[in-house]
Write a protein that binds this ligand. Structure first.
Ligand code: NAP
Length: 282
């Protein structure tokens, strides 16, 4: 039987109207829409494309998204610019687009975002809250994976989840969320010897390595659920970390690229901006 398709696009579209309603409520109460500022201190083309996509989505949902390109030459100047945005009451959320241009220290810049405006959960203060189980903003991509699983009725509690990738943006926060939900979690990375030994033991396999088609059907246990986070442009085509046809032949369910984790991530990030604006109103 063909694997179920974990459709993040449909889920994202279904969530949009509720987020738009909440954004409209904020705008009605205070006279201005919830506002995200994307700080673009990078020449990376993908970062620009993502920022523009957020602007477009924000326009549809009723969240104002501004792309700021601070004229700065050092980490300290960029930190000061981010602190100014943090102190600006008209700004609800701040996203530091990565990778930063060479010479900027990303960790210092991300930590300059106040925790209540850190809508992608990138600052150490937010990551600490995630680790210690306190409320706060969770990195949107990791949250999107959990939402995708929950939205398709995939059980996490008591199951063996394998995460491929240990970045602070995706792999580690995702492993932490899965752990919190009761999974037994294995985290793999580039130093893992014999990746397939681990992936074959997964009930739920989440791949966030940025290596196109790294995971093949032979690396997946029959009946497993596979979530593909990877997005790499190969010959102008957005390509995941999972060989979809091969894996779909053995798995119970697989998320596609595009149309899986990506659309949900974008919507959840803007939902975080609305939540930050709501909290500021209280
Ligand atoms: P990253 O910072 O480059 O991290 C990649 C991780 O994968 C690292 O931990 C690395 O291990 C591990 N890895 C690399 N090659 C591997 C291999 N052959 N076997 C096992 N592990 C391997 O990337 P990221 O920011 O986490 O992003 C991962 C992917 O998700 C990228 O394709 C990115 O574009 C995509 N992404 C998608 C969304 C979305 O919304 N859909 C959002 C964010 C990111 P080491 O730690 O040992 O180097």
């Amino acid at each position: 039987m063909a694997a179920r398709r974990l459709d993040g696009k449909a889920m994202a579209e279904a969530r949009r109207s509720e987020i738009a309603r909440r954004a409209g409520d904020v705008a009605h109460r205070r006279g201005t829409a919830p506002r995200l500022v994307v700080v673009l201190a990078t020449q990376d083309e993908a970062a620009l494309t993502y920022a523009q996509a957020k602007e477009r989505l924000g326009g549809k949902i009723g969240v104002r998204v501004d792309v700021a390109r601070p004229a700065v030459a050092s980490t300290d100047e960029l930190v000061a610019a981010v602190q100014d945005l943090g102190a600006d009451p008209s700004v609800d959320g701040i996203l530091i687009a990565t990778p930063l241009s060479r010479g900027f220290e990303a960790r210092k810049v991300q930590n300059a975002v106040p925790v209540e405006k850190d809508v992608d959960g990138a600052a150490e203060a937010s990551l600490g809250k995630l680790l210690t189980g306190q409320p706060g903003f969770v990195p949107a991509t990791a949250e999107a994976v959990i939402a995708l699983l929950e939205g398709h009725g995939v059980a996490i509690d008591g199951r063996h989840a394998v995460v491929v990738g240990r970045s602070l943006t995706v792999g580690r926060p995702l492993a932490q969320l899965l752990l919190t939900q009761g999974a037994t979690v294995t985290t793999c990375h580039s130093r893992t010897s014999d990746l397939a030994v681990h992936t074959l033991r997964a009930d739920v396999l989440c791949v966030a390595a940025g290596r196109p088609r790294l995971v093949t059907g032979a690396m997946v246990r029959p009946g497993a659920v596979v979530v593909d986070v990877g997005t790499t442009v190969v010959d102008e085509v957005l390509t995941g970390d999972v060989d979809y046809p091969g894996v779909a032949a053995v798995a119970e369910a697989v998320s596609p690229v595009p149309g899986g984790v990506g659309p949900l991530t974008s919507v959840l990030l803007l939902e975080h901006v609305v939540r930050a604006a709501e909290a500021a109103l209280r």
